[in-house]
Design a protein around this ligand. Structure first.
Ligand SMILES: Cc1cc2nc3c(=O)[nH]c(=O)nc-3n(C[C@H](O)[C@H](O)[C@H](O)COP(=O)(O)OP(=O)(O)OC[C@H]3O[C@@H](n4cnc5c(N)ncnc54)[C@H](O)[C@@H]3O)c2cc1C
Length: 132
């Protein structure tokens, strides 16, 4: 798994606009909550979380810190079609949520301008949607 939009070299990162750059200590891609817990509880470095990495101000890293990329934490963990409630891990992209919902005849009513963003990133930035 790579860090496609921001990876320059193993520890060189830039934001989506390529305006800001930094060197981080390392980038990790946990696959399970246990792995995530291990990273968070043992890190001696400051930690930054990365979702889709589409923010444009260097929000997904800290200089010389640990980047935890949540791309692999992308499971749909529960779905209640009666209540129309889907439970997901934070790294999932909206397009994957939409594809899942579509198979059940459902859709997200209000979306951001693109569906490449992660649910965790969406929550963290207090997202605004577009509902024409
Ligand atoms: C072309 C373009 C269009 C855009 N359109 C919109 C729009 O319509 N609406 C809108 O609101 N924004 C928009 N944005 C801004 C931004 O990309 C979005 O707000 C998007 O939701 C960020 O999601 P992300 O998954 O890329 O988050 P990232 O950029 O990866 O992270 C954003 C912030 O959330 C934190 N974070 C990420 N995952 C987690 C997690 N699991 N737990 C805790 N914190 C976490 C990160 O540390 C960072 O501070 C747009 C950006 C671009 C480049």
């Amino acid at each position: 798994m790579t860090l496609p939009s921001i990876l320059l070299a193993p520890t060189q990162v830039t934001d989506f606009s390529r305006f800001y750059q930094a060197t981080v200590d390392r980038i990790e891609y946990p696959r399970t909550i246990t792995e995530l817990h291990q990273l968070v509880t043992t890190s001696k470095k400051p930690i930054a979380l990365a979702g889709g990495k589409y923010s444009m101000g260097g929000q997904v890293w800290c200089q010389d810190g640990l980047v935890i990329d949540t791309a692999q934490l992308n499971a749909i963990t529960a779905f209640d079609p009666e209540k129309k409630v889907v439970t997901v891990q934070a790294g999932i992209r909206w397009r994957d949520v939409q594809e899942f919902l579509l198979r059940h005849g459902l859709a997200v009513q209000v979306m951001q301008s693109y569906n490449d963003f992660s649910v965790g990133g969406f929550l963290a930035v207090n997202v605004h949607g577009r509902d024409p």
